[in-house]
Design a protein around this ligand. Structure first.
Ligand code: UFG
Length: 319
């Protein structure tokens, strides 16, 4: 059994690759290395391809044949919400075009197991305390739209030719399983605050007048190592009989406000950095927290690490 991991040189992908290797599964990586870092997958076979390119189906078919690929974990995608608002066509071309090419190659080569990297961004702004997978998807940006449409494509392939799929809706992923796999992009709250601390600048809180516990936005932070293990559970699930397409939230079920995260960062780093209370950022849901009953009951997975380990591991990876 060999698993093709697309986006395997990325922050999350490289944690998934390492978890697979640790349990003795053979892995081949496909990555365009636009955001991926080769050092994260040193020593592995890496197909350097843009999945959305016209020649991608043929290239993927060759990778599948050469490595006897039996399952695919598809993480390769563009994932910046702000960028997706500026370049929606490109997000659809990349995320939907890439998935279409991958599914074409899988179908032609008879590879029928797929774990698809989806997102809580598919929910948009839900007005519930914790969101179940059955909550209607109403994404509020092109990035979230591409993830929801991607899920539909997996459902349709399951109906049309028997693909077995799981879509994992990631909540706020953070932390590091190893220093060399750490999140180097300054795109999310915890890495952004660490960068501010290291530059001796204040951290910024976007919005303090939300209807939440302390007025700042609440999110469900999941450790990247726990998330990697959820992918293994999803693969095992697909190996059982008669699967179609199942969707799972991947979070902890527990929310923390931005101010609570900053307090945890102060505790872990021992640095009493300045905090700048700013205006709301456009498009932020006040509260986004996962109901994790389904993944626990069906895959037997639940997050083992909390906010403390998330912040500690991310900080340790930088120091
Ligand atoms: N925030 C601040 N200050 C900062 C950075 C962020 O207050 O300097 C706040 C944001 O306003 C938000 C919270 O911290 O309330 C988390 O923000 P992130 O940018 O880290 O994450 P988001 O919740 O906006 O988005 C993340 C992923 C998306 C994904 C979404 C789904 O980045 O890709 O979760 O849950 F779609």
């Amino acid at each position: 059994m060999t698993v093709l991991v697309t986006g395997g040189a990325g922050y999350i992908g490289s944690h998934v690759v390492r978890a697979l290797l640790l349990r003795g599964t053979r892995v081949v990586v496909a990555d365009d290395l636009s955001a991926g870092i080769p050092a994260r997958v040193r020593g592995l076979d890496v197909a350097h391809i843009d999945l959305a390119a016209a020649e991608a189906p043929d290239v993927i078919r060759t990778v599948i044949k050469n490595h006897s690929v039996t399952s695919v974990i598809h993480l390769a995608a563009r994932k910046q919400v702000g960028e997706s608002l500026e370049k929606p066509e490109w997000y659809f071309q990349q995320n939907i075009g890439g998935l279409a090419n991958l599914l074409t190659a899988m179908r032609l080569e008879g590879v029928d197991r797929l774990v698809f990297s989806s997102s809580a961004a598919t929910y948009g702004i839900p007005n519930v305390d914790s969101v179940t997978e059955d909550y209607p998807g109403r994404p509020i940006n092109p990035y979230g739209e591409t993830k929801l449409v991607g899920e539909w494509m997996v459902t349709d392939a399951a109906k049309a030719w028997g693909l077995r799929g799981t879509s994992l809706r990631y909540f706020n992923v953070a932390g590091a399983g190893a220093a060399e796999l750490a999140d180097t992009a300054l795109a999310n709250l915890i890495p952004i605050v660490f960068a501010a601390i290291r530059a001796g600048k204040p951290a910024t809180v976007f919005g303090t007048d939300y209807p939440t516990v302390d007025g700042s936005c609440v999110r469900d932070y999941v450790h990247v190592q726990d998330l990697a293990e959820a992918h293994l559970a999803a693969l095992d699930y697909l190996d059982a009989d008669a699967r179609t397409h199942s969707v799972f939230n991947v979070g902890t079920g527990r929310g923390y406000s931005v101010l609570e995260v900053l307090a945890e960062i102060k505790r872990v780093t021992g640095i009493d950095f300045e905090v700048n209370l700013a205006e709301r950022r456009a498009g932020d849901p006040p509260f986004l927290c996962a109901d994790v009953s389904r993944i626990k009951e069906t895959l037997g997975w639940s997050a083992q690490r909390g906010l403390g380990e998330i912040v500690e591991s991310a900080w340790a990876a930088l120091n």
